[in-house]
Design a protein around this ligand. Structure first.
Ligand SMILES: Nc1nc2c(c(=O)[nH]1)N[C@H]1C(S)=C(S)[C@@H](COP(=O)(O)O)O[C@H]1N2
Ligand SMILES: [Mo]
Length: 248
């Protein structure tokens, strides 16, 4: 059980190994082992694994075409005007339970610290694609706005709609602050295409594709998800009962 070893070994350094020279004879060690055995894999995943990085790939692994799925544009004259002007006047808002709400242009985004990663996108519908994403780590922006301690989730509000309903998604603070969670403005070294969520989409690399919201226009810190959509934290969660936590 390799997952279980990590917390056990981490705990060893703190064990007082007094007169006992054999580790497995130490009562403290034995009780530690029993504790480890009681934890289910699921619990351990929650305790240990959430900060692990998703696998990153090399340039040779890139899919020749990064498929687009779900909405492949946002309807309406406002979005069309943004596309026509290269998103010159576009801004994303970051607000909710934050101390210094912020509105950031695409140009400003590009001047913030960035991260580039080649990852595999897994869609719940049964296809995958490997792409290179570049963007601003979300945690950098969260630190800029000062997320209040009451905030437990980050909600992504999108410009595209299914019928009358704009797409939305949410993650907890662990995924929001995960090092690979970036607000991506580039795919495979070029500006993010409209079909993949231009000008800005989030990458939630430890979860299924529907969590990676495209066409983001507002990022909101909230204390609970009850007021978001129908209360399950995401569009597909609300309309089709998809899992809110879709870990892969
Ligand atoms: N705003 C928005 N985000 C979205 C969707 C969508 O329809 N609208 N579809 C989701 C689903 S199911 C997947 S698989 C991915 C697809 O991203 P892609 O178009 O870059 O392949 O976006 C996700 N994020
Ligand atoms: Mo998907």
């Amino acid at each position: 059980m390799t997952i279980g070893r990590r917390p056990l070994l981490a705990g060893l350094a703190a064990l007082p190994l007094t007169a006992c020279d054999r580790l497995d004879g130490s009562p403290a060690f034995r009780s530690l082992l029993r504790t480890g055995e009681r934890l289910t894999h699921d619990t351990q995943r929650l305790l240990v694994d959430r900060s692990a990085l998703a696998r990153e790939f090399g340039a040779g692994d890139l899919s020749t075409v990064f498929r687009a799925n779900g909405n492949v544009t946002a309807a309406g004259p406002a979005y069309a005007a943004h596309v026509a002007s290269g998103f010159r006047d576009w801004r994303v808002r970051i607000d909710g339970l934050v101390t210094r709400p912020l509105s950031v242009s695409l140009d400003e985004m590009r001047r913030l610290p960035r991260r580039t990663q080649i990852t595999r996108h897994d869609c719940v519908e049964g296809w995958s694609a490997i792409g290179q994403w570049t963007g601003v780590p979300l945690r950098i922006l969260l630190d800029m706005v000062g997320v209040q301690s009451a905030a437990r989730y980050i909600v992504f509000h999108c410009a595209d709609r299914f019928g009358a309903t704009p797409y939305y998604e949410s993650v907890d603070m662990i995924d929001a602050r995960h090092p690979q969670t970036i607000l991506a403005y580039a795919l495979n070294g070029a500006a993010l295409p409209v079909a993949n969520g231009a000008p800005l989409r989030v990458r939630i690399e430890r979860q299924l594709g529907y969590k990676s919201a495209k066409y983001i226009e507002r990022i909101e810190a909230v204390a609970d998800l009850g007021q978001i959509g129908r209360g399950k934290g995401g569009y597909w969660e609300d309309v089709a009962d998809y899992a809110w936590y879709a870990g892969i």
